[in-house]
Design a binder for this molecule. Structure first.
Ligand code: HEC
Ligand code: HEC
Ligand code: HEC
Ligand code: HEC
Ligand code: HEC
Ligand code: HEC
Ligand code: HEC
Ligand code: HEC
Length: 485
C-alpha cells in the first residue's frame, strides 16, 4: 500500500510537467468528500464505479467530488447529502486541471457546433421533418423530437436547468460536441472522452469520431474504413500502441494513422492539439470550398490568424512520418484537382441556375420562397450538401469509391437526370404564367440554361462535343476494342 502511494506521488510529480495543473489542485490521496461519494455509489452504480476505478483519474486521486463539485449559486448546483454538486461536468470544470486542452477546444469549430442550429438544415428538423409536439417542463411550446434526438445529439443542446435543479429531458442526456452548458461554457469533453474511464485508447480510435462523422453528408468514418489507412489500422490494431501515454506517430506506432493521428495527435514536430482545424486547408462544408482561416474569421475564432497554407504544412508534417514528400505533394495535387472539378462543373453553374429559378418557385403570402416545398429544393440541397461534400471529403482522405460512386457519379446523375429536367419544367411552367414577372424570369432562366449547357463542361449533353475531343475519344475507344477482342 505504502509503495503504491509513493508511486502515485511520483507519477503526479512527473505529470505536473506534462499536463500543467498546479500542485495545490491535486489531492495526494482520495479526498474525504470523494470517499463518501464512493461509499454510496459503489453499490448503486457498479459499472460507473468500475469504470472510474479503471481510469487514470482514479490513479491520480481525482474522485467524484473533484469533478462534480459545484458552488452554491451555480445554475445547475443542487444539494446532495450535504454536498453541493452538479451532474454536468463542463469544460470549465475539466479546465481546473486541463487548461490547455480546454483552451484549444474552446477555440475550435467543435465548440461552436451548437450555435449552428438556425441554419437551413434546421428548417428540415423543425418544420419539414418535425413538429413542436415534444413538450417538456422547460418547453411548454415544445421542441421537435427530430431535432432533440438527431441534430442536438451531435451538435449539442442548450442544457436547460429546471426550477428544482434537475435538467430538462429535452436537453439532457446530451453529449453533443458544441453543447451549451448551464455555466455558459461551450462543448462537452465527453463527446469524445467517454465517462467514466476517460480512456486515451478509446479517444484515439476512429469509431470515436465516427459517432458524428458518418452518413450521407459527411461520411468520414466510411471513407476512412475504405482507405488504405483504415485497412492497415484494423489489420494492425495490436501494433498501434493505443494505450501508451506518449503516442508520437513514427516513434510509438507506424502501422497506420487514425483520425486523431492526422487531425490531433503529436508528431516529432507538433504537440497534440484539441483544435481540429489547425491541419486542414479547406472547409468543404459550404457550397464552395472555403479556405479554413477565412471560415475561422467568420466564426470569430482566434485561429483565423493561422493561414490555410500553414495548416497544409502541419498536415504534411503528419504524412512525413510515413511517406516521402513527393508522394504526399502529388497526393494533394490530386485532391485539389477534385475540388476544382466539383466547383467548376457542378457547384458554380448549379448555384447560378438554382438562384435564377428561385423567383419561379413556391412562395408564401409575403412573397418569400418556401424552403423545401419544390422538388428542386431537395435536388439542389443534396447536390452540394450530400454528393458534393462526399466527393471532396473522400478525395481528401483517399477513398476512391466514395469519391466516385457515392460522389462524382451521384453528382452527375442527379445534375443531368434530375436538376436539369426540373429546371426545364420550371421554365415551361413560368412561360405559361399570366404574370409578366414570371414570364421574364422564365426567359432569363432559359437563357442561362442554354448558356450553361453549351459550355465546355456540359455540351456533351446536347451531343455537341468539341471535334478534337471527339476524335480523341474515338481513338481511345477503338484502341480499347482492339485490346479486348
Ligand atoms: C448517502 C449516499 C450518497 C452519497 C454520500 C452520495 N450520493 Fe450521489 N446519489 C446517491 C443516490 C442514491 C443517487 C440516485 C438518486 C436518484 O437517482 O434520484 C445519487 C445520484 C447522484 C448523481 C446523479 C444525480 C442526477 O440528478 O442524475 C450524481 C452526479 C451523484 N449522485 C454524485 C455524487 C457525488 C459527486 C457525491 C459526493 C460528493 C455523492 N453523489 C454522494 C447516493 C449518494
Ligand atoms: C474526470 C471527471 C469525473 C469524475 C472523476 C467522475 N465523474 Fe461522474 N461524470 C463526469 C462527466 C463528464 C459526466 C457526464 C455529465 C455531462 O453530461 O456533462 C458524468 C456523469 C455522471 C453521472 C450521471 C450520468 C449517469 O450515467 O447516470 C453520475 C451519476 C456520475 N457522473 C457520478 C459519478 C461518481 C459517483 C463518481 C465517482 C465514483 C464520478 N461521477 C466521477 C465526470 C466525472
Ligand atoms: C482535479 C483534477 C482533474 C480534473 C477536474 C479532471 N482531470 Fe483529467 N486528469 C487528471 C490527471 C491528474 C490525469 C493524469 C492521470 C495519469 O496519467 O495518471 C488526467 C488524465 C486525463 C486524461 C488522459 C487519460 C489517459 O489515459 O492518459 C483524459 C482524457 C482526461 N484526464 C480527461 C478529463 C476530462 C474530460 C475532464 C472533465 C470531464 C477531466 N479530465 C477532469 C486530473 C483531472
Ligand atoms: C450524426 C451526427 C450529426 C447529426 C445527426 C447532424 N449533424 Fe450537422 N454536422 C455533423 C458533422 C460531423 C458536421 C461537420 C461535417 C464536416 O466537417 O464535414 C456537421 C455539419 C453541419 C453544418 C455545417 C456547419 C459548417 O461549419 O458549415 C450544419 C449547418 C449542420 N451540421 C446542421 C445540422 C442540423 C440542423 C441537423 C439536424 C437537422 C444536423 N446537423 C444533424 C454531425 C451531425
Ligand atoms: C474530438 C474529440 C475530442 C474532444 C472533444 C476532446 N478530446 Fe481530449 N483527446 C482526444 C484525443 C484523440 C486524445 C489523444 C491524443 C493523443 O494522445 O494522441 C485526447 C487527449 C486528451 C488528454 C491527454 C493529453 C495528453 O497530453 O496526454 C486530455 C487531458 C484531454 N484529452 C482532455 C480533454 C478535455 C478537458 C476536453 C474538453 C475540453 C477534451 N479532451 C475534448 C480527443 C478529444
Ligand atoms: C459529438 C459529435 C462529434 C464528434 C464525436 C467528433 N466531431 Fe468533429 N465535428 C463535429 C461537428 C458538428 C463539426 C462541425 C462544426 C462546425 O462546423 O461548427 C465537426 C467538425 C470537425 C472538423 C472540421 C474543423 C474545422 O476547423 O473546420 C474536423 C477536422 C473534425 N471535426 C474532426 C474530428 C475528429 C478527428 C474527431 C475524433 C477524434 C471528431 N471530429 C469527433 C462533430 C463531432
Ligand atoms: C491520413 C490522414 C487522415 C486521416 C487518417 C483522416 N483524415 Fe480527415 N482529413 C485529412 C485531410 C488531408 C483532409 C483535407 C485537408 C485539407 O483540405 O487541406 C481532411 C479533412 C477532414 C475534415 C474536414 C471536412 C470538411 O468538411 O471540411 C474532417 C471533418 C475530417 N477530415 C475528419 C476525419 C475523421 C472523422 C477521420 C477518421 C474517421 C479522418 N478525418 C481521418 C486527413 C486525414
Ligand atoms: C502512420 C503511417 C501513415 C501516415 C501518418 C500516413 N500514411 Fe498514408 N499510408 C500508410 C500506409 C501503411 C499505406 C498503405 C500502403 C500500401 O498501399 O501498401 C498508406 C497509403 C497511402 C496512400 C495510397 C492510397 C492507395 O489507395 O493506394 C496515400 C495517397 C496516402 N497514404 C496519403 C497519405 C497522406 C496525404 C498522409 C498525411 C495526410 C498520410 N498518408 C499519412 C501509412 C501512413
Amino acid at each position: 500500500m505504502k509503495h503504491k502511494k509513493r508511486f502515485y506521488v511520483l507519477s503526479i510529480l512527473l505529470l505536473l510537467g506534462s499536463i500543467g495543473y498546479s500542485q495545490n489542485q491535486l489531492p495526494s490521496a482520495l479526498t474525504d468528500e470523494s470517499i463518501e461519494c464512493v461509499e454510496c455509489h459503489k453499490s448503486d452504480d457498479v459499472s460507473l464505479y468500475q469504470q472510474w476505478g479503471n481510469s487514470k483519474h482514479y490513479g491520480a486521486n481525482v474522485g467524484c467530488y473533484e469533478c462534480h463539485q459545484a458552488n452554491e449559486g451555480d445554475a445547475d448546483a443542487f444539494d446532495h447529502y450535504d454536498y453541493t454538486i452538479s451532474v454536468i461536468v463542463s469544460p470549465t470544470d475539466c479546465a481546473r486541471c486541463h487548461e490547455n486542452e480546454v483552451n484549444e477546444f474552446v477555440n475550435s469549430h467543435h465548440s461552436k457546433a451548437g450555435q449552428i442550429m438556425g441554419s437551413l438544415d434546421n428548417v428540415l428538423a423543425e418544420v419539414v421533418e418535425g413538429n413542436n409536439a415534444f413538450i417538456t417542463p422547460g418547453f411548454p411550446h415544445g421542441n421537435s423530437a427530430a431535432a432533440v434526438n438527431g441534430c442536438w445529439q451531435c451538435h449539442g443542446s442548450q442544457v436547460k436547468v429546471l426550477e428544482d435543479g434537475t435538467l430538462d429531458p429535452a436537453t439532457w442526456p446530451n453529449s453533443g460536441i458544441g453543447r451549451i452548458n448551464p455555466d455558459g461554457s461551450a462543448g462537452s469533453c465527453s463527446a469524445c472522452h467517454q465517462r467514466h474511464e476517460f480512456s486515451i485508447a478509446q479517444a484515439r480510435r476512429p469509431e470515436n469520431c465516427g459517432k458524428c462523422h458518418l452518413g450521407p453528408d459527411h461520411p468520414q468514418k466510411e471513407i476512412y474504413d475504405e482507405s488504405k489507412h483504415g485497412i492497415n489500422f484494423y489489420a494492425n490494431v495490436d501494433k498501434m500502441n493505443l494505450e501508451s501515454s506518449k503516442w508520437v506517430v513514427g516513434e510509438d506506432y507506424s502501422a497506420a494513422p487514425t483520425c486523431a493521428t492526422c487531425h490531433m495527435s503529436a508528431t516529432e514536430n507538433q504537440n497534440i492539439t484539441h483544435n481540429i482545424g489547425l491541419r486542414i486547408k479547406w472547409n468543404n462544408r459550404p457550397i464552395h470550398s472555403k479556405l479554413s482561416h477565412e471560415t475561422d474569421e467568420k466564426w470569430g475564432l482566434a485561429s483565423a490568424s493561422i493561414h490555410a497554407d500553414k495548416r497544409r504544412e502541419n498536415m504534411e508534417d503528419v504524412c512525413a512520418a510515413c511517406h516521402n514528400d513527393n508522394f504526399t505533394d502529388n497526393f494533394f495535387i490530386q485532391y485539389e484537382g477534385l475540388i476544382d472539378l466539383y466547383d467548376r462543373k457542378f457547384a458554380t453553374p448549379g448555384e447560378k441556375l438554382y438562384k435564377a429559378a428561385l423567383p419561379l418557385l413556391r412562395k408564401d403570402e409575403d412573397g418569400n420562397h418556401i424552403k423545401f416545398a419544390d422538388p428542386i429544393d431537395f435536388t439542389w440541397f443534396e447536390l452540394w450538401h450530400h454528393e458534393g461534400r462526399r466527393a471532396r471529403h473522400a478525395a481528401s482522405m483517399m477513398a476512391p469509391d466514395y469519391t466516385h460512386w457515392h460522389g462524382t457519379y451521384d453528382l452527375a446523375k442527379n445534375f443531368y437526370s434530375k436538376f436539369i429536367p426540373e429546371i426545364e419544367e420550371i421554365i415551361v411552367h413560368g412561360m405559361k404564367s399570366n404574370d409578366k414577372k414570371d414570364k421574364k424570369a422564365a426567359k432569363e432562366l432559359q437563357k442561362l440554361l442554354n448558356k450553361t449547357l453549351n459550355s465546355e463542361n456540359h455540351q456533351w449533353y446536347l451531343g455537341k462535343m468539341d471535334p478534337v475531343e471527339k476524335a480523341r475519344r474515338k481513338k481511345a475507344s477503338d484502341e480499347f476494342k482492339a485490346r479486348y477482342k
